[in-house]
Design a protein around this ligand. Structure first.
Ligand code: PMT
Length: 397
């Protein structure tokens, strides 16, 4: 995949820059054409000659005084993909805010090529609210992250912040360029449905839509043609067609309309299982006494999909509160291809959080437990999983 691809490597100032020399060598070995650009701080960690010797080109280090009159636009337009490794907190911050005060940041602003950042910094800097915001902004803009991993950091400290290993960065780059779900139509649902009691009140749940939106965003970043049916009100991720609904009934209708066109349906929405039988047409008044709510079941969307003559690849979610035994049973009996079970009572998992701890359960009941990850990372891994599964299904890879 990297053969004859034009890869621009941005190096910013961190000790992990020594690993970038090896990354560049591996890129060259894979047949990529590589150019390197370095910040002034990067030059404190590795010499320009190391990159020149490997790539056959002097790394670009400044906006002025170079052979080219406009090195930033030249590199920006040349690149098919940009990898920033290591990406320091400062470089991430500049990229997130469009600051362009040196060659690397200006080129990042000038390019339309997909960008992959391999962050590397001390744990405190990685976990700092400002860095969290900057990473979230870059991801929301459609850029990708790889790592950081946990391990030994500069000065002998340990924790998250270590740059991903070169091989992992290569794989991430491969995915970025391959568009692993390219041409695949993916339908995702998100959010908690709202079942009206009267014009101002509803029966609802705590779903924020973050999990489903992350899946839609990541699937689109992998080249899929994505439609998102959501009962959560959030801005549509780049490249995703958003259909807003409110109730389980509306979601069921939208999904039914779109499902036959989709190759994959991911039901991340928390669909209400019950709704009030008759929603009042006018606001219920306290003075009228306590209303008696009678509930009836909503359509089971997932069951409807599983009953289709030619169902798409079906991903159900299961919100569990403790053991995942029930989810394992569902995976075996519900006719879905895979269930993503999350314990919604576990710390940092389930409703509303930015992280999630999930287990993937296939039709045979085989369980693959993933660690606590950001919802974006869960989405990323799920898309990788889907790409592998679909390849197995069509046998075209
Ligand atoms: O939105 P967030 O705040 O990010 O939270 C994410 C999440 C916790 C909502 C998400 O990770 C999740 O678990 N979604 C599914 C929640 C749920 O409704 O679980 P369930 O076990 O009740 O339903 C099982 C499956 O059936 C789900 O795929 C659900 O979409 C589907 N379902 C449920 C009821 C119904 N009437 N029709 C359905 O299709």
């Amino acid at each position: 995949m990297l053969h004859e691809r034009r890869i621009l490597v941005g190096v910013s100032g961190g000790i992990a820059a020594y690993k970038t020399v090896y990354l560049v060598r591996r890129l060259i070995e894979q047949g990529a054409e590589v150019r390197v650009m370095m910040t002034a701080s990067a030059l404190e960690f590795v010499g320009r000659q190391s990159f020149a010797a490997i790539t056959g080109h002097h790394p670009a280090t400044g906006l002025f005084g170079a052979d080219s009159v406009s090195p930033h636009t030249e590199l920006a337009q040349w690149a098919e993909a940009v990898v920033v490794a290591p990406a320091t907190a400062n470089t991430l911050a500049k990229a997130a805010h469009g600051i362009s005060d040196d060659l690397v940041s200006t080129t990042l602003l000038a390019t339309t090529a997909p960008m992959l950042f391999a962050p590397a910094m001390h744990t405190e800097m990685w976990e700092n609210a400002a860095t969290r915001r900057n990473v979230a902004a870059l991801e929301a803009d459609g850029h990708s992250m790889v790592g950081p991993a946990s391990g030994t950091l500069a000065g002998g400290d340990t924790g998250p912040g270590r740059m991903a290993e070169p091989e992992e960065i290569l794989q991430a780059l491969d995915r970025l360029l391959a568009g692993r779900l390219s041409g695949i139509r993916v339908l995702v649902t998100a959010g908690g449905t709202r079942e009206p009691i009267d014009p101002v009140r509803f029966v609802g749940n705590r779903s924020s839509g973050k999990m489903g939106f992350a899946i839609a965003q990541e699937a689109a970043a992998c080249g899929a043609d994505v439609t998102l049916v959501s009962s959560a009100t959030r801005p549509a991720p780049t490249g995703v067609a958003l259909i807003e609904v409110e109730t389980a009934e509306e979601m069921a209708k939208s999904v039914a309309k779109l499902a036959s066109e989709a190759e994959v349906v991911v039901m991340a929405a928390a669909v209400a299982d019950f709704r009030p039988v008759d929603a009042a047409g006018t606001k219920l008044r306290r003075s009228e006494g306590i209303p008696e709510l009678q509930l009836e079941p909503t359509p089971d969307i997932l069951a409807g999909l599983a009953a289709m003559e030619q169902p798409p690849y079906l991903v159900g979610f299961a919100a569990e509160t403790g053991s995942i035994d029930r989810a394992v049973e569902k995976a075996r009996t519900k006719g879905v291809d895979v269930i993503v079970a999350n314990d919604v009572t576990a710390e940092g998992s389930g409703f509303g959080s930015d992280t999630n701890q999930v287990a993937l359960i296939d039709r045979r009941g085989t369980v693959d437990r993933w660690p606590l990850l950001s919802k974006r990372e869960v989405a990323r891994r799920l898309c990788d999983f889907l790409a592998d599964q679909l390849q197995g299904r069509t046998g075209d890879g």
